[in-house]
Design a protein around this ligand. Structure first.
Ligand code: HPA
Ligand code: ZN
Length: 334
């Protein structure tokens, strides 16, 4: 791993905590709770989103109590710190746990404990983004939103997102829930995965119907110049995940990422489900850097974009962006 990339201050905006569950931890937790399951093995690649999601949900069976969620989160935060992550907005999927009888409070309290410990011990600093499972009902999303509100009030959850199987589940299905989430003070984001049916229509719905504050993946917008212009005009962040693209669709989509950068779209690099896709965030930067032959200045620009696309207040964004500049300039003088 390139030390410049590893030490580059970064913001991670697209990582699912459940997607950081490494196979050994999944097996240990399952055994601890006596959960019947096949030993976890992860294939080198998946045949698209649905194939990945089947493994992702099955492997969560051992996540049952508060300590499990603390351990999962602590382990990710330790790795993230090693990868130069200074700040992250972390996804979690409460419905994947409440459907198995794990209380919402167990999930958020367990995660929170690890967030606070990391914050006290040198970082990274983190916030939580709660995702609705789009292949579940609107009523289930509504109930989940209602359950989350006490934690919104405590400042434990910053935003809501939309993930899981996009096929037949367009963003507009959740327009009402997102409107209520906005009214409750949440920031909004939604997945528009690569290579989906009606990708472009779903992207436009995110922008024009939901009014999102960010889009997860979203790289398919390159096919629609008018959409690219609109995303660039709004400085709406896209959270691209190159190694996820590679393991699900056989391409990093590095050329698309470069084209988006060139068109002024606020594209960022992230890890999605790093325990499944073979790399954490610095690995994603490295994969794109070597595919495109990016300079240190261009890598610095990508890192600055990651902070700009975050939901931090402007003065904190500026401080992190200065840290990126110092890293890039300091490196040149070595
Ligand atoms: N897309 C949709 N659902 C997901 C993803 C993703 O990238 N990761 C975890 N759940
Ligand atoms: Zn994702």
């Amino acid at each position: 791993m390139d030390d410049f990339i590893l030490g580059l201050p970064k913001c991670e905006l697209h990582v699912h905590l459940e997607g950081t569950l490494e196979p050994t931890m999944a097996a240990t937790m399952a055994a601890r709770h006596g959960v019947e399951r096949a030993p976890v093995t992860r294939p080198p690649a998946f045949e698209g989103l649905a194939d990945f999601l089947a493994a992702y949900y099955a492997d969560m069976a051992g996540l049952r109590d508060e300590a499990d969620f603390t351990e999962l989160t602590a382990r990710y935060l330790e790795t993230a710190r090693h990868h130069g992550v200074r700040y992250a907005e972390l996804f979690f999927d409460p419905q994947a746990h409440t459907a198995r009888g794990v209380p919402f409070a167990t999930v958020v309290t367990g995660i929170r404990r690890a967030q606070e410990a990391a914050r006290a011990q040198g970082g990274p600093d983190t916030e939580l983004v709660m995702c609705f499972l789009r292949d579940e009902s609107v009523e289930s999303a509504r109930a989940t939103l209602a359950e989350s509100l006490p934690y919104r009030e405590r400042g434990w959850i910053l935003g809501v997102g939309l993930d899981s199987d996009e096929r037949g589940n367009p963003p507009e299905k959740f327009a009402g829930v997102f409107a209520d989430a906005r009214a409750a003070g949440y920031r909004l984001t939604a997945h528009c995965d690569p290579r989906q049916e009606h990708s472009i229509a779903h992207l436009w719905q995110c922008v024009e119907v939901i009014g999102v504050d960010r889009i997860d993946h979203g790289t398919e917008c390159v096919a629609d110049p008018r959409l690219c212009d609109e995303l660039a005009r709004r400085r709406l962040g896209l959270t691209s995940c190159p190694l996820s693209n590679l393991r699900l669709y056989g391409t990093l989509m590095a050329d698309e990422i470069y084209e988006l950068m060139s068109r002024g779209v606020l594209v960022t690099l992230n890890s999605d489900d790093p325990a499944y896709f073979g790399g954490y965030v610095a690995d994603n930067y490295e994969a794109v850097a070597s595919a495109l032959g990016l300079s240190r200045k261009e890598l610095g620009a990508l890192a600055k974009s990651s902070f700009e696309a975050s939901w931090l207040p402007p003065e904190r964004k500026a401080a992190y962006e200065r840290a990126v500049d110092e890293h890039v300039h300091g490196w040149r003088q070595r």
